[in-house]
Design a protein around this ligand. Structure first.
Ligand SMILES: [Zn+2]
Length: 132
């Protein structure tokens, strides 16, 4: 007889895996970038988020290149960069990889009018490989 269990998912559909500890998920939700009350770039109408890449079939080994850029339509780039470096606006350390975390607790935050479509932000970069 299988044992029935209860698991918890983030209510903001951020993609975090479900967990069995309800308290742990509540803690996550309180800092989730998709939680509007966190006031992160991810839920802000001023967000500019670019994630793209390309292949280089002309080079040996057909290397791929990937990049992302994060900025803001409202805050000018020098102030945005300054805020990115202020701990007050970001509860997490900058990651080791190229991904740039959103600013959180932003005083210029305004809710996105429509929910970000499912593809934007979560889409993976898919490209055709041209190597033989
Ligand atoms: Zn979440």
């Amino acid at each position: 007889m299988p044992v029935e269990t209860t698991k918890y998912l983030c209510q903001f559909k951020c993609g975090k895996k479900c967990v069995s500890n309800k308290k742990a998920m509540e803690t996550h939700e309180s800092t989730c970038w998709k939680n509007p009350s966190v006031k992160s770039c991810s839920t802000c109408k001023h967000e500019i988020y670019e994630h793209d890449g390309c292949d280089h079939p002309e080079l040996a080994g057909c290397p791929s290149e990937e990049w992302m850029n994060r900025s803001c339509k409202k805050v000018e780039s020098s102030l945005f960069d300054k805020m990115m470096n202020m701990k007050h606006y970001r509860p997490y350390e900058k990651p080791e990889n190229f991904h740039i975390y959103p600013i959180v607790g932003c005083p210029f935050w305004e809710a996105k009018l429509s929910e970000r479509n499912a593809e934007k932000g979560t889409k993976s970069v898919e490209r055709e490989k041209h190597c033989i």
